[in-house]
Design a protein around this ligand. Structure first.
Ligand SMILES: NC(=O)c1ccc[n+]([C@@H]2O[C@H](COP(=O)([O-])OP(=O)(O)OC[C@H]3O[C@@H](n4cnc5c(N)ncnc54)[C@H](O)[C@@H]3O)[C@@H](O)[C@H]2O)c1
Length: 328
């Protein structure tokens, strides 16, 4: 792909994708820089990319950018992404995640984009019991306002493929972790709390199971789908590393030389899904599999946060002030 327009490229996963691809492709980043967006994630590639500080819901401006830049492909990451925030204030999720996706689909249709990759999530399937895994042909049963907006946008993507033959692909990654993740999310929240000498909050009894995927592997998978995926298809992208939240907490404690006295159990999140897990056979047929084990990925991630306080310290202080310690 010659020119890729990346929405949400200043976010956690989008910025990893931009750092990987800026070596070989022309990249245009569109990002509104919400509380979760941060250009410091792109410092090493800033001179190689074109950046628009813009809201994807602004149809006129999006059309202008698409006409000016003429991207061959779009990788659409931009979204409100935190489940807890969506239960407290769902409106921005509906605006950015649903309306924003429709605006981009329209701009892509009008300018003849050759590939539109929509980054969805495994959360659109709802929850699993102890057994089984989600396959791409299973029904959408989202349980949180966040996952409901991601599923709604998927349906729009499907409609633009069917109605307008826009060459769209849907990707459903599992829970990501890695460097530069905003410290309200589970793994960086635990690491930064412990580095600040604070306890770590664990929802309920910590029994919920997630399938962890390092963000570098996630973005390599998205790139494989961009190059080899088939229009109209959906691809799961799972880490093949299932762990209960309490087990993840114990691993983080261990890596930082702490014991389980540092765990603070807090009331469970409303509508907290018990388990997600993905069949990866379809993406594996394109030649991708996760390259990092959870143990080595987590070790690297803890090391990164230890060495990069310059990135998260101020964000963490601000988050603590704004949420009155709710997520910290
Ligand atoms: N983090 C995960 O574990 C995970 C797992 C599966 C799927 N996803 C999906 O991957 C994508 C990226 O997730 P993330 O964790 O990097 O999120 P993030 O919150 O770190 O980044 C989102 C980015 O989108 C930007 N943005 C939000 N609304 C915008 C708008 N209206 N216009 C322009 N930019 C806007 C933000 O400024 C931010 O830079 C999301 O679509 C998310 O649903 C995330």
């Amino acid at each position: 792909m010659k020119k890729i327009l990346v929405t949400g490229g200043a976010g956690f996963i989008g910025s990893e994708f931009v750092r990987q691809k800026a070596k070989e492709s022309k990249i245009v980043v569109v990002d509104k820089l919400t509380y979760a967006g941060d250009m410091r994630r792109l410092k090493e590639v800033r001179k190689k990319i074109i950046f628009y500080p813009a809201d994807i819901t602004n149809a006129e401006f999006m059309e202008h950018i698409f006409n000016k830049e003429k991207p061959d492909s779009v990788v659409h990451f931009a979204a409100e992404s935190h489940v807890d925030r969506s239960t407290l204030e769902p409106h921005p999720f509906i605006v950015s995640n649903v309306l924003g996706t429709q605006v981009l689909l329209d701009a892509a249709k009008k300018t003849g984009v050759k590939r539109f990759i929509y980054i969805s999530t495994d959360e659109i399937y709802g929850e699993l019991g102890k057994k089984g895994k989600f396959k791409e042909n299973m029904p959408l049963k989202p349980n949180s306002p966040y996952s409901a907006t991601k599923a709604s946008a998927e349906l729009l993507v499907r409609a633009y493929y069917k109605t307008h033959q826009l060459p769209c692909i849907v990707v459903r990654p599992s829970n990501n972790y890695g460097p530069y993740q905003y410290p309200e999310k589970f793994i960086p929240l635990m690491i930064t709390n412990l580095l600040n000498g604070k306890p770590i909050p664990v929802y309920g009894k910590g029994k919920q199971i997630r399938d962890w995927l390092h963000t570098a592997d996630c973005c390599r998978g998205i790139d494989v789908i961009l190059r080899k995926g088939k229009a109209g298809e959906i691809y799961n992208l799972g880490g093949e590393s299932e762990y209960a939240n309490l087990d993840v907490a114990m691993k983080v404690l261990d890596l930082l030389g702490k014991n389980d006295n540092c765990i603070k159990f807090v009331p469970d999140r409303p509508g907290h899904d018990f388990r997600y897990a993905l069949y990866n056979s379809k993406i594996k047929r394109l030649g991708w599999k996760p390259s990092l084990s959870f143990e080595s990925g987590l070790k690297r991630t803890v090391k990164w946060y230890k060495e990069n306080e310059w990135w998260w310290k101020d964000i963490k202080d601000k988050l603590t002030r704004e949420t009155k310690g709710f997520w910290t």
